[in-house]
Design a protein around this ligand. Structure first.
Ligand SMILES: NC(=O)CC[C@H](N)C(=O)O
Length: 190
């Protein structure tokens, strides 16, 4: 059966994710309202601006439905701002949303202002070839908790990690023709 994957479509790089999923033969749909989560097998929370996406999640009454989606055991892929939103990080301003789906501490904009964006071929544990990875004002993961496996790092900064249900990358997987990070995520989707 074809897998059905939603892309949270409140702000950020939505269309590119839908296109990447379509190329992999997956049914991809935009998620704007709580009902859009019905019947999905997995979800991508894309890059953009985590504060803006977090605010819109609350405005659209999506926080509780997202927590239920997670509690039902479905796979979720958080990329860049999506990584930040999925984290447990305790050091953020109270008004900012953290969903706590994966036990990681995050450094927002961790690569600094000088290096706003860059592209590398990134060795990734579990993917045979290095992944073509685009970083845009990217966060990195300072530390991971129990049950979290590091998948990729740059100069000691963790940029990809997973637990059994959640995958997070600090890079944007949707901006190149390399779909291997999506294929890796789809293996988590049941
Ligand atoms: N490309 C991105 O998603 C950037 C993330 C952004 N810097 C944030 O903190 O939300």
């Amino acid at each position: 059966m074809t897998k059905k994957i939603g892309v949270l479509a409140l702000q950020g790089a939505v269309t590119e994710h839908l296109q990447a999923l379509n190329k992999l033969g997956v049914t991809a749909t935009a998620v704007k309202l709580p009902g859009d989560l019905d019947g999905l097998d997995g979800l991508i929370i894309p890059g953009g601006e985590s504060t803006a996406i977090g605010r819109l999640i609350r405005e659209q009454q999506l926080e509780e439905p997202l927590r239920q989606f997670y509690a039902s055991g479905k796979a979720i892929f958080g990329t860049c701002a999506g990584l930040i939103l999925c984290s447990t990080d305790s050091s953020h301003a109270p008004a900012e949303l953290r969903l706590g789906f994966i036990d990681i501490e995050v450094e927002r904009n961790g690569f600094g202002r000088q290096v706003d964006s860059f592209e590398v071929r990134l060795p990734f544990e579990g993917i045979a070839e290095p992944v073509e990875a685009v970083f845009i004002r990217a966060p990195y993961i300072r530390s991971v908790g129990n049950g979290v496996r590091v998948r990729a790092s740059i100069d000691g900064k963790i940029v990809a990690a997973e637990n059994d249900q959640i995958l997070v990358t600090a890079f944007h997987p949707e901006l190149t023709d390399d779909l291997s990070a999506f294929e890796y995520f789809l293996k988590k989707v049941r």
